[in-house]
Design a protein around this ligand. Structure first.
Ligand SMILES: [Zn+2]
Length: 272
């Protein structure tokens, strides 16, 4: 059996990791899994959502500081910044970005990788680019003929897409009155998947309070009226806050991991 378990999450902007996967990162780090986070940009194109915060110059510095604080809350082994410009990832030469991720995959050798799915949660261009890079990198990292100068091939056992279930999207609309992200004044709706399409549900309620703490680290991105900032915010009240959902996209031995409802409850099921 494998001795050291390793998980790598690959996202685009500081805070991408917080809402849908923050509990997962905390849970596995707590269990002794080495958790790595790869972030494509420093999120400098994000708008300052809280006027009480004084932005740094450059703004990327503040976003990076916030991310590093959140990483401490997750208990990460390491943060890896790819250093791309926020909003510009679609014009990055894919071979360059994929090469960097293949390098990290072969160096760190995670059994499990999580990233965006083809929906990019709400179709953000950077999320779509990162989805494509991560998917290609997971495949190419296992190809011994590709870039042999950066290490031996590494086969990722399971590659997951972070995926929102439609009931979660509907629940958001009910509670908050919206189910979209505003970019340039245009609402881009969250993509919801049917519960049948969701393969994996990670119960992170035990870590829900720490997840809120990590979300709050991304202070410049959170409006003062956000529910996450309110003193009476109860992190376990809404199951969609602590049930983190994924679609197993590639490979994987799911034997022994299925419950009677057909959902996996452990990203490392079949790997341990
Ligand atoms: Zn993002």
């Amino acid at each position: 059996m494998t001795d050291q378990l390793r998980l790598m999450a690959i996202f685009a902007h500081p805070d991408d990791e917080a809402f849908g996967t923050g509990g997962t990162l905390i849970k596995y780090a707590q269990e002794g899994v080495e958790v790595h986070l790869v972030m494509a940009t420093r999120g400098e194109a994000g708008q300052l959502a809280n006027p009480d915060i004084t932005p740094t110059h450059p703004f990327s510095l503040l976003r990076e500081q916030e991310l590093r604080r959140a990483c401490a809350v997750y208990g990460l082994k390491q943060l890896h910044l790819l250093g791309y410009v926020d909003g510009q990832t679609p014009i990055v030469p894919p071979a360059e970005a994929v090469y960097k991720i293949v390098w990290l995959l072969r160096d760190i050798m995670p059994q499990v990788v999580i990233s965006f799915g083809p929906d990019g949660v709400y179709g953000h261009y950077d999320h779509l680019a990162v989805h494509r890079w991560a998917s290609a990198a997971v495949t190419l990292a296992g190809d011994p003929d590709r870039w042999p100068e950066i290490g031996a091939a590494h086969q990722v056992a399971k590659f997951y897409h972070r995926a929102m279930p439609q009931p979660q999207v509907d629940n958001m609309k009910e509670r908050l009155g919206y189910n979209a992200v505003m970019m340039d004044g245009i609402p881009f709706p969250f993509t919801g998947y049917s519960l049948e399409q969701i393969t994996t549900i990670i119960d992170t309620h035990e870590f829900a309070a720490r997840k809120v703490q990590a979300i709050r680290c991304h202070a410049s991105q959170i409006r003062p009226d956000s529910p996450f900032l309110q003193d009476d915010f109860d992190p376990v009240a809404n199951e969609w806050f602590w049930q983190e959902t994924y679609i197993l996209a590639q490979n994987g031995d799911r034997s022994g991991s299925m419950l009677t409802n057909g959902k996996e409850t452990d990203l490392f099921a079949g790997v341990r």
